[in-house]
Design a protein around this ligand. Sequence first.
Ligand code: AQP
Length: 339
Amino acid sequence: MTAKKRVLSGIQPSGSLTIGNYLGALKQWVARQDRYDCFFCVVDMHAITVPQNADDLRHKTREVAAIYLAAGLNPDKAAIFVQSHVAAHAELAWILTCMTPIGWLQRMTQFKDKSAKQQQDSIGTGLLNYPSLMAADILLYQAHEVPVGDDQRQHLELTRDLAQRFNHLYGETFVLPEAMIPEAGARIMGLDNPTAKMSKSDESEYHAVYLLDTPDVIRKKVMKSVTDSGRDIRFSDEPEKAGVNNLLTIYQAFSGQSREAVEAHFASARGYGDLKKGVAELIIEHLRPLQETHHRLMHEPGYLDRILADGAARAHAVADATLARVKTSIGFLPPLASS
Ligand code: AQP
């Protein structure tokens, strides 16, 4: 019997999760858990690369873990844990940071975008080093595949470059991971601005549909989404059709239908109002069971804590072994076990 391939991914508890996080990442994770050896973490150490309120961060960390379960992750199949519970992430991140050319980090689109939103003298170094920490997350588990949205493609390339550099310098140590980007839903755009990626930390009211939004709020946001002045309901790369294209993509990703089937579904629509109604109702229908389970789990903190403790123990077993090997390779003196 061949060993299962390994998968790792994570989401930052930096706000309320959006349908972008679900379609780009979570949905793919659930689809993989039967066939792969899976590790999924709530990446709280990534979240602090921009300022966070401590109470909010604690609450969001639990909320995100509960969403993982509510979305269908099964803790008997996948290790579900909090990144900061496994210290090896911080240790390997430092070792990799020392090997990461600063120019590689300065070229990252996410760094450029996020640093542009902050005052120059308040940008934390962690924001620049974010990709080295992400490389550590992945390489510690020797992950073969990393299911993520399209925005993480560049960070995955940097992870592969770092793994290759380490393997070249110290001998074969790390598996080279591959980004698994979904065909539909890899980049869901903002409802209020379909030229910008939907992000959980965007503060505009009509930007994102959150996974825990009520049906009325979802309807309101989708009905207010930016489209164009035409009536043509079709997939398109034309900039002026970006809003309609985004709504159709959301429909396609939730329904699992082909583009042709989605266009055929809306062929008799009387205008964008019908398209928006169809999209809103589909989102509501898909999120209902997730929201019900999430609500129940948030009232069972003991259960959630046990899952996270068990996940961290499973993560430790793999991560600590990789870290020990790396430390030996680079010449760190092993500590003598105290008697
Ligand atoms: N709009 C999106 N469409 C598809 N996938 C997306 N992802 C994020 N936004 C979209 C995917 O969700 C996973 C978790 O991302 P993250 O929390 O680590 O950070 P991010 O990519 O920076 O996501 P956000 O929502 O934009 O968070 P903030 O606002 O905190 O920066 C990743 O797999 C990502 O690709």
